[in-house]
Design a protein. Sequence first.
Lengths: 100, 471
Amino acid sequence: MIPINWVVGLAAILFAIGAIGVMTRRNPLIMFMSAEMMWNAAALAFIAFARHWHDMSGQVMAFLIVGTAAAEVGIGLAIIVTVYHRRHRLDVDEISGMKN
Amino acid sequence: MSLFHAMLPEYIVVGFILISLLGNMLSRQRHVASWLSLIGMLSAFGASWNLWSYSLKPHMFVGGGVVVDNYSLFVNLLVLLAGLGTILLGWREKRWGTEFPVLVMLAVLGMMILGLAGNTITLFLGIEILSLPLYILAASTHTALGGEAALKYLLLGAFSSGILLFGLALLYGAMGSLTFVTFAKTVAAPTSPLLWAGVVLSLVGILFKLGVVPFHMWVPDVYEGSPTAVTQLMAFGTKVGAAAILLRFMDFGFYASPGWWGPALGYLAVLTMIVGNLLALPQKDLKRLFAYSGIGHAGFLLIGVATHNLDGARALLFYLLPYGLAVLGAFAVLSLVAGDRDQVSVADLSGLAKKRPVMAAFFIVVMLSFAGIPLTGGFVGKFFLLQAALFANQPGLAIGLVLGTVLGLGAYLRPVQALFSADGDDQVAPNWTVGSAVVLVVAVIGTIGLGVYPTPIVHMVNQSANFFWLH
């Protein structure tokens, strides 16, 4: 059986990679993917802790995270496609019509 | 009381979402769905009011995941008000399809769920049900700025939800439970680094949604790019939902250990009040100005949480109402002046006092309420916050509140000054529309009523901030 620390450590590494990805990448698709990776890291941590505590509510939370992430991807990709249709380039630094 | 009875307002909203979808299939005209959503939200408002009047004891369902008490019902009343305002302000918008009322009701449902959240599952679901329709609504007018606003909102929303989720996972790991009641029983001091990191990350996630400095970068762009009626829902409804869950999460779940999160929130509150109001000063775009003023008001609201006592909770709950009414009134004028345009600058208001004196007078009333001038609701709200800060023996918060208010006064007087300038005499006078007029009149009557005779609402708020009972 894998010790809990390893699984949570993996989740923390995935979370850090996702967070760094959102902050450093400039392509909305990659940024969105990185944000989803942070969600999945959280889901992994929930499952690991659920096994550790022998408690089902963590697994319920993980299922709900997966379901919500699917809904969010649907809406997110639609918005990114709409923006792409208008500009034909995807770079969040260029998408800045509002500056004060 | 059964679960069905206690959650009747939520069930009514869900039911009317389905009926509106059905109505959209039968008729391609939006006013069918708009009327249905108006009726639905009004009946949910009535149901919340009725339940409020005889539900003094908190009712817990689904293993503590759903807590229906006077607090959640009061939050229901506030967010339903915001939803009704959004439907009325967006009534005439031609670019929206029939999906607009349905999405507004879904977002309102998410805010209502945030009010009754009793564990982290409900918290997360509430935040997502609130955010997902708002992403679509921000982009719903198919303009370049709308798409940009939606993209920024989506990316930062997903990012902050990720931080929040990881924080909640760490809290679950530290305590082995998801319900706030267990948190309250377990936590006395920051015993483990896991717990500490969990609280910090989930706080960051919630503060992102509330728009507190230094997590406020997305607010001005999203508010400016979104359609006016939707911006109103974000400014009023989202703020109510985020403040409600922040208060319940910290003041209830971690009530036993305020020593290590109270000061941090206090510093953030002072920073937010000053930075938000300071940045509002030079803004030319009105929606941007209200975005920065919203950031400043998030700082005022944070005082209520940072004081971590009953007075603070009551002051926060009370302040949400005058703030929300002022937002409703200000955005009603904005949508009238804007007409078919999406951008309104301060200069567009010039000469309004001559062309539409009543409209200008109403606008002045809500701006004075924002600034906290006596005889308006904003003054009474700020007074209670000041009192809570002083009772909690935190003079720093009180000083921050006064400084923020003075800075805000400068920002709000500029649009008022523009009303009387003679530059805009060549512009056509804006026409009244029924929906905006109703919203504006309700907002102004409410603002002045709260300022002159706040007793009934104070009484109601005092009974609503009773979620400490559960301990």
